[in-house]
Design a protein around this ligand. Sequence first.
Ligand SMILES: NC(=O)c1ccc[n+]([C@@H]2O[C@H](COP(=O)([O-])OP(=O)(O)OC[C@H]3O[C@@H](n4cnc5c(N)ncnc54)[C@H](OP(=O)(O)O)[C@@H]3O)[C@@H](O)[C@H]2O)c1
Length: 367
Amino acid sequence: MKLRYKVANGILIFVAVAIASLALVLSHNSDCEPAPTVSAETELMKAIVYRCYGPPDVLRLEDIEKPVPANDEVLVKVHAAAVNPLDWHYMRGSPYLMRLGSGLGAPNDPSLGVDFAGTVEAVGSNVQRFKPGDEVFGGRTGAFAEYVTVREDRALALKPANVTFEQAASVPIAAITALQALRDKSKVEAGQKVLINGASGGVGTFAVQIAKYFGAEVTGVCSTRNVEMVRSIGADHVIDYTKEDYTDGGTQYDVIIDNVGNHSLLANRRVLDPDGILVIVGGPKGNWLRPLMEPIKAFVLSPFVDQELGMMLAQFSQEDLTILGDLMQSGKVTPVIDRRYPLSEVPAAIRYSEEGRARGKIIINVL
Ligand SMILES: NC(=O)c1ccc[n+]([C@@H]2O[C@H](COP(=O)([O-])OP(=O)(O)OC[C@H]3O[C@@H](n4cnc5c(N)ncnc54)[C@H](OP(=O)(O)O)[C@@H]3O)[C@@H](O)[C@H]2O)c1
């Protein structure tokens, strides 16, 4: 064999071994660690924790240390929290690539849940915007607990008085995603035709209402049992996906918000206006590259076509929480609540979320 073939073979073998080793490290699940012991003087609170990756059985309701707010933090007594697919992605450490951030083998941070609403119990010495007794809502890891601490300049906003804690808790991830997909990614204008695939889920129920608020003509896609609900929250047209495939229809949409990812990029492009915008919000489940396949294709193709194609990652913003609070206060947006579970039943709530059949939001009542 010539030297250059030997070198090429060597490089190939090295790359293959490196990829296989990385795959092994990323997919390895360590055993569940026992809860650390806490001293008798420590003030405790109840919280859902996970000390290893896996199905909802890995979740435990434990007494853990109650957080103390730093100078720039607010301590919130949680009344209600909400479940998002993000929670079970963290719980399972899937797709595996996310473990580069969340922890190899086992989670770095055992706390779970993000969306919450509650009452400010205490504030750090530098906090100016919030005071004890304020009713607030926001997002912070560890929301499936009796208390969370949040920096005052992060994802925290005052809850309007006419909005319940359950309604406010359902907003942060799902409604911010819907708002940013429509306003920032699609720049939706009045009169535009907007299709929302997955219109009956957490993101979808907010997206239908927010798109209507922007004056769009909205088509929602859902299954038979959700057709009336999606119509009742404002959709002008509803496509029952069990009877009709929206990518086979004759309508061209200015904007498609895809919360499901069950159609190929090619199929979505067929029903997208030549200058239209496709926002990929959700995708199929998968531990490796499957959830990323359509976003990768969209990223590669987008520079060569007039249509704008791409995925989005929502960013928490205090300003957007305030906008959503105002929209709820004025009745322009009303969260759709599906099921309610007590804190001790978070595993059942997450099991339900993983089925992918939620009608609006799943709420955890903590208080
Ligand atoms: N990119 C981001 O920043 C971001 C942020 C939030 C969420 N996400 C992702 O977005 C996706 C949606 O999140 P979510 O909170 O809305 O989830 P969800 O509440 O669990 O969505 C469930 C809904 O999906 C619908 N659905 C299932 N299969 C469908 C199909 N083939 N066609 C149309 N609808 C279908 C279900 O309706 P039926 O029962 O009627 O089928 C159900 O109402 C998830 O993948 C999530 O991870 C991404």
